[in-house]
Design a protein around this ligand. Structure first.
Ligand SMILES: NC(=O)c1ccc[n+]([C@@H]2O[C@H](COP(=O)([O-])OP(=O)(O)OC[C@H]3O[C@@H](n4cnc5c(N)ncnc54)[C@H](OP(=O)(O)O)[C@@H]3O)[C@@H](O)[C@H]2O)c1
Length: 295
């Protein structure tokens, strides 16, 4: 019998999609870890071993990861406490080593190098370094921005007729979360034992003016892209009630776009999964009703 595959943070959007893919592919034993096992009772009923694991409690992690051969380490979602996420990920990497895991698949970010203005790029850079300094094999999947983020920004933009960003003419190789899940599931199951760093992206790079044009055409509503300075965007987000560090993180994503940190389109989704990545046109078309209804 094959050794178990493990997915951390499995109750999140990406985690659940990966679990679905692993079950559909009948890959053998699957372990799912989460802070709240109650949220995964449905998967437990379908044969998944569900264990509690919180990266903030490092002493509990080796037991939670025990028995797994390959592990998908899903990056956590705390953008409001700088440094905490890296600590969490370091705890998970150390525990994977202690537990005898052989290969870790990690969800990183495109161009997480020191020149990135994205406030949380250092979390990903630090996690990649922790993996490189460990004895583990790894697949670093540098996911580009989710196309799914447009489901939040476009309805607001359609209401005002303006798609406001601080990204200027910077481009994004938007990738659907579904494709990120397919890529992660493939990297977890393909048996690769070495070390690889892959940029997981959609098939094309689009600027916000191009997204606005496309959305306007598909949805039949007027929409213009408006670029504002990063500082103005950050101030507006704070004024709207976002925590200062979260507002800074969101505005920094646009600064990263403006500086070319997301302007890449690769064939990695096809290489890993055998199927091409979905494009933004197809994604928005599939979600047309929700977009027109206000998201
Ligand atoms: N590329 C992009 O555009 C983009 C966009 C959004 C997010 N992301 C990143 O990709 C990750 C997955 O995306 P998603 O859509 O699935 O996000 P999500 O639904 O918000 O999921 C967040 C995940 O973080 C896990 N988590 C949070 N705190 C944790 C802790 N202390 N210990 C262990 N796990 C913890 C959660 O696991 P449990 O609830 O199961 O404990 C959950 O699965 C995000 O967490 C974020 O790092 C990327």
């Amino acid at each position: 019998m094959s050794k178990p595959l493990l997915v951390t943070g499995a109750a999140g959007h990406l985690g659940r999609q990966v679990l679905e893919l692993l079950l559909a592919a009948n890959v053998g034993p699957v372990i799912a870890t989460t802070r709240d096992p109650e949220k995964l009772r449905d998967f437990q009923a379908r044969g998944v071993t569900v264990r509690a694991a919180n990266f903030d409690a490092p002493e509990s992690l080796p037991r939670a990861f025990a028995g797994a051969e390959r592990m998908l380490l899903i990056s956590t979602d705390d953008l409001t406490h700088p440094g905490r996420r890296l600590e969490q990920h370091r705890n998970a990497v150390a525990a994977a080593v202690t537990a005898g895991v052989k290969h870790v698949v990690y969800t990183s970010l495109t161009h997480p190098d020191a020149s990135s203005p994205i406030t949380f790029a250092s979390d990903h850079r630090g996690t990649e370094e922790a993996l490189a300094n460990s004895p583990l094999g790894y697949s670093v999947l540098r996911n580009n921005l989710y196309a799914d983020l447009l489901l939040y920004s476009l309805p607001r933009a359609l209401a005002s007729g303006q798609l406001v960003s601080a990204a200027g003419d910077g481009g994004v190789g938007f990738v659907t979360r579904e494709d990120c899940a397919r890529a992660a599931a493939a990297a977890l199951t393909d048996g690769f034992e070495g070390r690889r760093v892959l940029d997981v992206t959609g098939p094309e790079v689009l600027t916000y003016p191009q997204v606005a044009h496309l959305a306007s055409e598909l949805l039949g509503r007027p929409l213009t892209a408006v670029s504002v300075p990063r500082e103005a965007l950050e101030a507006g987000l704070k004024q709207a009630g976002l925590a200062p560090t979260f507002a800074a993180a969101l505005a920094s994503i646009d600064a990263g776009i403006a500086q070319g940190k997301t302007a890449l389109a690769t064939d990695v989704v096809r290489q890993l999964t055998g199927q091409p990545a979905q494009d933004v046109r197809g994604f928005l078309t599939r979600h047309k009703a929700a977009l027109l209804a206000g998201g």
